[in-house]
Design a protein around this ligand. Structure first.
Ligand code: ATP
Length: 306
């Protein structure tokens, strides 16, 4: 398990990471989310041991991140890190051997990951000759080729086409089933929602949320929505009763009623008197909507300053 404990990193007067604590347990995929400049890459660099913290610590199974621990981590840095003039296959083979695989195992791993990630045909090409998306696939192969115990991936999905996104999603889910701990940052919240066991949201270096996707969604503002085949004017009277709002639905003659969910069964029976009810239930917000709410809310410091 990776444990980030009271981590702080300052650059001059800027606190890029501010007393941040969270964990990435074995077999879990943790999505690391925050606006541009929130401190995600800085946290990941420190977790990988390529940047030292100002204070606080990161440990792997209780051990500080030294060279022996670094060897267990598959890392995809934001600035990427392949040698542009080296051939894809040579580069991956070099990395696999560097991490202790013998020659036949390294070859097998290179074949497997280039095949899985769809770059096997490019194995003899220099990395710099590949499209950006294919370079990204090779980056992912580089993080995976030596069977790491932990994956630290800084925006692994950026620049990938939809097919590669699907392949990579499957790879992460399989790795997680095999017990690998994964921390990945992303601005693609639909993917985070789909893949992650847990989501860590940070803002200005500070932890805002650390919870399961399910819990985060359950805590969001819960409105109800009902769709009924009845004229808007008739549904408006019902809306007035519960302080809701009515709008036209997509289907002909359909009206949508949104309200805070109070007296839901009473509203349903009244709506049934008006016409056929098509849909009825809580409107579960997407992670993207919740993220917008969280990021738009004032910070504790801003609230205090008022
Ligand atoms: N080496 C550095 N020197 C000075 N400031 C830095 C350095 N690295 C990062 N920062 C600053 O620290 C803050 C956090 O940056 P970081 O790259 O960790 O954010 P991020 O959440 O990864 O953002 P993005 O989503 O844009 O990649 C930013 O304000 C950034 O400008």
């Amino acid at each position: 398990m990776l444990k980030i404990n009271q981590l702080t990193k300052t650059f001059g007067s800027l606190k890029a990471v501010n007393e941040l604590s969270f964990e990435v347990p074995d077999g879990e995929i943790v999505g690391f989310v925050g606006s541009n400049g929130a401190g995600k890459s800085t946290t990941m660099r420190i977790s990988m041991g390529v940047l030292s913290p100002t204070s606080g610590s990161v440990t792997w199974n209780g051990q500080p991140i030294d060279r022996s621990v670094q060897r267990l981590f598959g890392y995809m840095p934001e600035e990427r890190g392949l040698y542009p003039k080296m051939k894809v296959g040579e580069q991956l083979n070099y990395l696999a051997r560097l991490h202790g695989l013998d020659a036949p195992s390294a070859k097998q791993a290179v074949d497997f990951w280039t095949e899985t990630l769809g770059v096997k045909k490019r194995i003899n090409d220099e990395v710099q000759k590949l499209s950006l998306g294919n370079q990204q696939r090779v980056q992912l192969a580089a993080a995976l080729v030596f069977s790491p115990e932990m994956l630290i991936l800084d925006e692994p999905f950026s620049g990938l086409d939809p097919v590669a996104v699907e392949v990579m999603s499957e790879v992460l889910l399989e790795q997680s089933k095999a017990g690998i701990a994964t921390l990945f940052s992303s601005h693609q919240l639909d993917l985070v929602e789909r893949l992650c066991d847990r989501v860590v949201i940070i803002r200005e270096g500070q932890l805002i949320t650390n919870d399961t996707v399910q819990n985060i969604k359950a805590q969001g503002t819960h409105e109800f929505q009902l769709s009924v085949l009845a004229p808007e004017a008739e549904v408006a009277a019902l809306a007035d009763r519960v302080g809701g709002q009515v709008s036209a639905g997509e289907a002909t003659g359909e009206s949508l009623l949104r309200w805070d969910g109070s007296d839901s069964q009473g509203v349903l029976s009244s709506a049934l008197q008006l016409g056929q009810v098509q849909n009825f239930g809580p409107l579960v917000p997407t992670l993207t909507e919740l993220f917008r709410e969280v990021v738009a809310a004032p910070t504790a410091e801003e609230t205090e300053a008022k």
